[in-house]
Design a protein around this ligand. Structure first.
Ligand code: C2O
Ligand code: CU
Length: 437
């Protein structure tokens, strides 16, 4: 592997073998899952400067698999979309990727071959990237939530796991929603700060009694100081699942209560502290475009649910501009373009929109501008809402831009961000049976 001179980076070997697994959960229930070798996948941890050397194989998933790095700015060839950036990996085949870790944060990975089936059944895992200097908190935990036909699992448990943390230690919880609909998390027993959204650092000051609504595919990191009392973390969809941190063994664990008020990323961010953001250059360029009211590419995407024929039978399609994938016009850009996208939701459901390969800066939600630069890679466009976002086109390729309710994606709500002049040799269907949505 190539390593630039002086870089401290290590090579992290990653084996992701898609397979059917029967999993016995701590409650005694068992689920028939598809996994990348373990429930909630191997939990990957790396540092900026490392390189992930990934081998994807397929043991016995007949439909095939891929691995998409949700939110991570990878090269297009490693975006893992079957039929767009590669062929699906079928049983006995393999796909290799080398992914340089360039940015810290909380991310996740999942199959992008027939995701409405594969992700839902469990082909996902988490990726935590620490700064080059290592973890910034004493205790660092990842809490991915996933619902297996009605059974809520946080991490690898369908119950409340308990661990002892000494008072005064700093704790980071990384909340990850791998489901199809928004999940409401609660962290109870300690005031906390929200320190990152979708892998980008933010500042909120100390928050009290705020629920944390995480979009399907989104991530929220919170940090608090361990008090001399228990802290409970979990989700509203099943309060008997999650995590309890106790200052000493034997302390009783309280029930989870979910605060009625939710953290609002648009209204609750503090003014920028002057710390250099991962997106400083893009922020400057976007500020200039806003001042001049001039973007290189502008597009409105109308999200809706419309009747259509699906294989001859009347059904609904989840549409963008009245069409379904692959008949939706792509957003065509050139490298270096500043792009303003306006998502208008005319339907009665939430659409968690997710552009691949790029984070976007939220300019406004229903006309309300964030208090500080707000960068996301997955955002819930609620019924009737209008989101304006800016995208800096700095990662050439053909990228999906889709609803992360994967049932909506399967029923059409997928479009492309396509860099002019980039083509792909891969196709939908074909010998590999590619199903990118
Ligand atoms: Cu989580 Cu198209 O991705
Ligand atoms: Cu949707």
């Amino acid at each position: 592997l190539f390593r630039s001179p002086g870089s401290p980076g290590a090579t992290v070997e990653v084996e992701l073998a898609a397979q059917q697994q029967s999993i016995d959960l701590p409650s005694g229930r068992s689920i028939q899952a598809w996994t990348f070798g373990a429930l909630a996948g191997p939990a990957l941890v790396a540092r900026v400067g490392d390189t992930l050397a990934v081998r994807v194989t397929d043991v016995d998933i007949a439909e095939g698999t891929t691995v998409h790095w949700h939110g991570y700015p990878v090269a297009n060839a490693f975006d893992g979309v079957a039929g767009v950036t590669q062929d699906a990996v079928r049983p006995g085949e393999e796909f290799r990727a080398e992914i340089p870790m360039t940015r810290p944060g909380t991310y996740w990975y999942h199959t992008h071959q027939r995701g409405s089936q594969g992700v839902v059944r469990g082909l996902y895992g988490t990726l935590v990237v620490h700064p080059a200097s290592g973890p910034t908190e004493d205790v660092d935990l990842v809490l991915p939530v996933h619902t297996f036909s009605g059974t809520v699992v946080v991490g690898t448990s369908d119950m409340v796991g308990t661990s002892t943390v000494a008072p005064g230690r700093s704790v980071r919880l990384r909340l990850v929603n791998t489901d199809q609909v928004p999940q409401t998390f609660a962290v109870q027993g300690a005031p906390f700060r929200v320190v990152a959204l979708d892998g980008t650092e933010v500042d909120t000051g100390i928050l009290h009694d705020r629920a944390l609504v995480v979009a399907a595919g989104g991530r929220v990191d919170v940090v608090f100081e361990m008090p001399d009392a228990p802290v409970r973390a979990g989700v509203a969809s099943d309060r008997d699942v999650g995590l309890a941190l106790v200052p000493h063994a034997g302390v009783a664990v309280p029930d989870l209560t979910v605060p009625p008020t939710a953290f609002d990323p648009v209204g609750d961010l503090s003014a920028p502290s002057g710390a250099t953001s991962a997106h400083a250059d893009a922020d400057a360029a976007i500020d200039a475009a806003l001042a001049a009211d001039r973007f290189d590419v502008e597009r409105t995407l109308l999200l809706d649910r419309l009747p259509r024929l699906v294989q001859g039978a009347p059904d609904y399609g989840y549409t963008v501009d009245g069409r379904v994938y692959p008949f939706i016009e792509p957003t065509v850009v050139a490298a270096g373009d500043l792009v303003r996208l306006r998502f208008v939701n005319r339907s009665f459901e939430t659409h968690p929109m997710h552009p691949h390969g790029h984070s976007v800066r939220v300019l406004s939600v229903d006309g309300r501008a964030p208090m500080a630069p707000l960068w996301l890679d997955t955002f819930d466009v609620g019924p009737g809402e209008v989101w304006e976002v800016a995208l800096y086109a700095d990662n050439p390729g053909i990228w999906m831009d889709h609803c992360h309710n994967l049932e909506h994606a399967a029923l059409g709500m997928v479009t492309h961000l396509a860099y002019r002049g980039v083509t792909t040799p891969f196709e939908h269907g074909g010998r590999a049976g590619n199903a990118p949505e």
